[in-house]
Design a protein around this ligand. Structure first.
Ligand SMILES: Cc1ncc(COP(=O)(O)O)c(C=O)c1O
Length: 423
């Protein structure tokens, strides 16, 4: 069975020929450490990393050993199990806002429940989010993620067909990194806002100094839950996530990706008085927020997550991830400057990309104004040189080694050279 055959088979059974996630002209056969191989045997330095979960690399021996130990004892029970309880304890110890935790299977679910909790807690309906912020696939989250048509704030634009018009009335949208606009909107809508949800590092965009602090201050002043979506940043920017890295503690936080070690597992964590809505005995019939999931807290994902976190706690893990990232960020900056292509390197060393534009980027609208065709070409050249990344992100792992960095830097140099003579 060749890769071409598989691509053809996928076209027959999968809408648009794929899982909805990534380019459909490649089929991945296996991964090890910081590398993956396609079904044709081509080898790539892997910066896609399963879209983030594989922070310690593919097939880490300690993660494999934990999974192999668990496999014969059962993979899912629906009921409490020691592995899930231990993972919950570990996460609550690591994450500042986490008094309590509920497991789900995906980041999208975690966000859906975090928003529902905020609504249950306040008795209000509206959510404030930021333009360009990604919060998964629930109806409230799929607003103004990637609007092609720019409308005035705080109007929300649905990103998908099939979302009832009424959902839009309950979402307000603000520009990321504009503390003043956020402050005004929170003030003006305080008595109807159930929550404010933000990616503390929005896609690639770091928060400007004072932005997260302003959200914290304003929401606290009005008793509005602040939700950090840390599905990407959790255990990635630092062991305690973006809330540790930026020193701002939200009321609720969603986690996914890294905490399941590559298995489907995500979580809602937060302050005890809000998480209490999941407990009928404390919330009462009116305040109770129903939450059930077949695979929640399954022991297989839990042991993979625990093993991943144990590796991340070892001295030097985060320094190493960030040193790798910084070397690649520097190569991007130097090479595009060398050939005179306007480019900004945006993000955090664990998670960043190049944006082809001649001015600093702070908002979704800045990214929208950048040269997307040039980025597409850059990604294609990297792939020809055996470096695989997503459309708009390098995810760095602890497993990327000096050879991976050297190959990537060489590929970036070649890409800059080739792109210099593009029309
Ligand atoms: C910030 C953020 N929130 C939520 C999600 C949704 O997570 P999942 O794909 O597990 O549903 C993602 C996925 O990439 C994400 O990046």
């Amino acid at each position: 069975m060749t890769e071409t055959d598989l691509i053809e088979r996928a076209r027959r059974v999968l809408p648009a020929g794929g899982f909805g996630n990534f380019a459909t002209d490649i089929v991945i056969a296996r991964g090890k450490g910081g590398r993956i191989w396609d079904e044709s045997g081509n080898e790539y330095v892997d910066f896609l990393l399963g879209s983030g979960p594989m922070l310690v690399g593919h097939g880490h021996p300690d993660v494999l050993a934990a999974v192999e130990r668990q496999l014969p004892n059962g993979v899912t029970f629906f009921a409490n199990n020691a592995q899930g309880i231990e993972l919950a304890e570990t996460i609550c110890d690591a994450v500042a806002c986490a008094d309590k935790l509920r497991f789900v299977s995906t980041g999208s679910e975690a966000v859906m429940y975090a928003i529902r909790l905020a609504r249950a807690h306040t008795g209000r309906d509206k959510i404030l989010k930021f333009e360009g912020g990604y919060h998964g696939m629930s109806e409230s989250a799929l607003m103004s993620l990637a609007p092609a048509m720019l409308v005035n704030f705080p109007l929300a634009v649905p990103d998908s067909a099939g979302i009832p018009a009424s959902v839009r009335d309950n979402v307000l949208v603000a520009p990321f990194n504009d503390a003043e606009v956020a402050r005004q909107l929170i003030d003006a809508h305080a008595d109807e806002l159930a929550g404010v949800i933000v990616e503390p590092l929005q896609r690639l965009l770091p928060p400007q100094p004072g932005f997260l602090e302003c959200l914290r201050e304003e929401t606290e002043r009005h008793g509005i839950p602040l939700i950090f979506d840390e599905v990407v940043t959790g255990f990635r920017l630092a062991y305690g996530g973006a809330q540790e890295f930026y020193g701002v503690t939200p009321d609720l936080c969603t986690l996914g990706k890294v905490i399941g070690g590559g298995f489907p597992l995500a979580a809602i964590v937060g302050k005890d008085e809000i998480m209490a809505h999941f407990d009928k005995a404390r919330a009462g019939a009116d305040g109770f927020t129903l939450q059930i999931g077949t695979l929640s807290g399954n022991p297989l994902a839990s042991v993979a997550g625990m093993a991943t976190m144990e590796i991340l706690r070892r001295p030097g893990s985060y320094d190493r991830i960030q040193a790798t990232g910084r070397a690649i960020m520097l190569a991007l900056e130097e090479n595009f400057a060398r050939v005179g292509i306007p480019a900004q390197v945006v993000g955090h060393p664990a998670n960043f990309d190049v944006v082809f534009i001649d001015r600093p980027v702070r908002t979704y609208r800045d990214i929208l104004a950048s040269d997307a065709a040039r980025l597409k070409r850059f990604n294609a050249i990297l792939r020809q040189h055996g470096v695989l990344k997503s459309k708009g992100k390098f995810y760095i792992s602890l497993a990327h080694d000096d050879a991976d960095v050297a190959q990537t830097v060489k590929a970036i140099r070649s890409a800059a050279d080739e792109m210099k003579s593009d029309p």
